[in-house]
Write a protein that binds this ligand. Structure first.
Ligand SMILES: C[S@@+](CC[C@H](N)C(=O)[O-])C[C@H]1O[C@@H](n2cnc3c(N)ncnc32)[C@H](O)[C@@H]1O
Length: 218
């Protein structure tokens, strides 16, 4: 369950911090192929909603909050998107196996307690031809920067609702069965260091072998 601080203070701060034009452009980029049954995990204040392709008319929002944020409801209304609140957690998605065409996750996995569990859930709920649209800040490949990220993470987590600056999110998704070649990480100018390294993908896909293994009879 999200805390009062997270719902009232942190989400309001993130609504400002994550709404720059550069981040908006990245949101549009990762959402450009969203289609079919669309599920967004960790909707927050709904900053992705203005960037869905116009063909997307319905988004199921997995969120831990009792009620969706009023800013998210207003943004959905503006775009005529039906927003369906599915109360739940990224680590145990209340969704059937292979039921989702597009799973959207932006700036969430840095703060999920068990990242590997969430990654496995993402792999479980996606259809074989489904895709993960993902935008996350991740660990730097540079040694010194990694050291700084690791040093800053403990104090940063206190005010930032558990956000870790030093997570290798692509590696976790790869362990869960996603194809590493669909998980590009690059330096961006959308966020400052220590959050400048971004995993940004419109179509992160599961490896074919992983799908056949997870659907074979025991
Ligand atoms: C920094 S905000 C990002 C909000 C939005 N996704 C965006 O891109 O602007 C992080 C969001 O992740 C959500 N979150 C954190 N841990 C979560 C979890 N385990 N399951 C579902 N949502 C989670 C928080 O409630 C919050 O809404």
């Amino acid at each position: 369950m999200a805390s009062w601080y997270e719902e009232r203070i942190f989400n309001a701060a993130m609504d400002v911090a994550l709404s720059s034009a550069r981040i908006a452009a990245l949101r549009a980029e990762v959402l450009r192929e969203a289609r079919g049954e669309v599920v967004e995990v960790g909707l927050g204040t709904g900053l992705n909603l203005p960037h869905y392709p116009s063909a997307v008319r319905r988004v199921s929002a997995v969120a831990r909050e009792v009620e969706l944020d009023a800013r998210a409801l207003a943004r959905a209304h503006e775009r005529c998107i039906e927003l369906v609140h599915v109360r739940g957690d990224a680590q145990a998605l209340p969704l059937d196996d292979h039921s989702v065409d597009t799973l959207v996750c932006t700036f969430v996995l840095c703060s999920v307690e068990d990242l590997d569990a969430a990654a496995r859930e993402f792999a479980r709920v996606l259809r074989p031809d489904g895709a993960l649209a993902v935008l996350e800040h991740v660990v730097s490949p540079r040694k010194l920067e990694r050291f700084v990220q690791r040093t800053l993470t403990p104090p940063h987590r206190i005010w930032a609702c558990g956000c870790r600056l030093d997570r290798d999110i692509a590696a976790s998704l790869e362990r869960a069965g996603f194809d590493r070649s669909t998980l590009p990480v690059a330096r961006s100018n959308a966020l400052p260091f220590p959050a400048a390294e971004l995993l940004c993908s419109a179509r992160a896909r599961r490896r074919a072998a992983h799908f056949s293994a997870s659907t074979s009879p025991a």
